[in-house]
Design a protein around this ligand. Structure first.
Ligand code: FAD
Length: 292
């Protein structure tokens, strides 16, 4: 089912206008799904924002820019499977700011393992992840492996996107805040320095060719090599769009409960915060239902 918009009558959300969606991308006729008590938006940071944009001009005006976590990836072709662990130990020793050591065993098809730690760089929380990725193009085997280091700005102040009514994001994928750039440059420097300390470094080749080799700051300022880490939040942020009970301002009977209500990306991956939001929303809905 595709929800096109919230149906509002006399300042109250009375349901949603939905359509059946088909595998071929087509949609059926519109119909109203009525809500006896309230409408709860949970379409994600992009989806809930787009829904508000489509629902009414005043709700559209409430929508705030999406704030995301920013990912920089440095990859090296590597010659040994234990390289990542050595790199991260070196990073920690070098910097001394590692305040949390997350150990993940990533058991998916093409990832052998990954390790990460969160550091404070230039006043920013930065997650550094290392993993050995199988290169299926070269075939399995040590020489086909690639060392990938991810530098993630968890709460950047300048990685923002506008969301349109059809769920498209504006094309502003660069860091503009000086603190963000400093943290990113520092992350790239530390990771490169750490990788250079491993014995197999001579055999490693930094990819993509050219990027971050000579002048990482210049590359970063030009918007090169920075991607979304899929941590979008804040389009219906608490305070601006929803109140402390997750109710959307200016309309009765409408709540939001997903990543969109987080005021900024959390200082970690977002999933646990979103589960907490859902838990609170369920408690509030239950409380309201019991009191009527
Ligand atoms: C590839 C990838 C990897 C990730 N890895 C991690 C991770 O390791 N750890 C972590 O914490 N987070 C991770 N995330 C982020 C995490 O998945 C999201 O932050 C989280 O799922 C957001 O939850 P949500 O409930 O706000 O929205 P979503 O999980 O996106 O749920 C929204 C739902 O609403 C539906 N929807 C949207 N619009 C409409 C509409 N108009 N009509 C009907 N339905 C609609 C969508 O189809 C979707 O099912 C990852 C994200 C991606 C994309």
């Amino acid at each position: 089912m595709y929800v096109d918009r919230v149906k509002i009558q006399d300042g109250r959300a009375i349901g949603v206008i939905a359509q059946r969606s088909f595998a071929n991308g087509l949609r059926g006729p519109e119909y109203l799904v009525g809500a006896r008590r309230e409408v709860l938006l949970a379409a994600g940071a992009v989806g809930s924002a787009a829904l508000l944009r489509r629902s009414s001009p005043s709700l559209s005006e409430l929508v705030r820019p999406l704030r995301d976590q920013a990912l920089i990836t440095l990859a090296w072709h590597c010659g040994a499977c234990n390289v990542t662990q050595e790199v991260l130990q070196t990073v920690k020793a070098l910097h001394g700011h590692g305040d949390k050591h997350l150990v993940e065993q990533l058991q998916s098809r093409d990832v052998m393992y990954g390790h990460g730690l969160v550091m404070n760089l230039a006043g920013q929380k930065v997650l550094v992840l290392g993993r050995i990725v199988k290169c299926w193009a070269c075939g399995p085997g040590v020489l086909g492996d690639q060392l990938e280091m991810n530098i993630v700005l968890l709460q950047p102040r300048s990685f923002e996107f506008d969301v349109s009514a059809d769920g498209q994001l504006s094309d502003v994928d660069r860091l503009t805040h000086e603190g963000d750039i400093k943290a990113a440059v520092e992350g790239v420097r530390i990771v490169k320095a750490a990788v250079q300390t491993i014995p197999e470094y001579e055999q490693l080749q930094l990819t993509p060719a050219g990027m971050f080799h000579e002048d990482p700051e210049k590359d970063l300022r030009a918007g090169g090599g920075i991607y979304s880490f899929f941590g979008g939040t804040a389009t219906c942020r608490l305070g601006d769009v929803v109140d402390g009970e997750l109710k959307v301002k200016g309309v009765r009977g409408l709540r939001a409960a997903d990543a969109s209500v987080l005021p900024e990306p959390p200082a970690g991956r977002p999933y646990f915060s979103i589960i907490k939001v859902a838990h609170v929303a369920a408690q509030l809905a239950m409380r309201d239902a019991m009191s009527k």
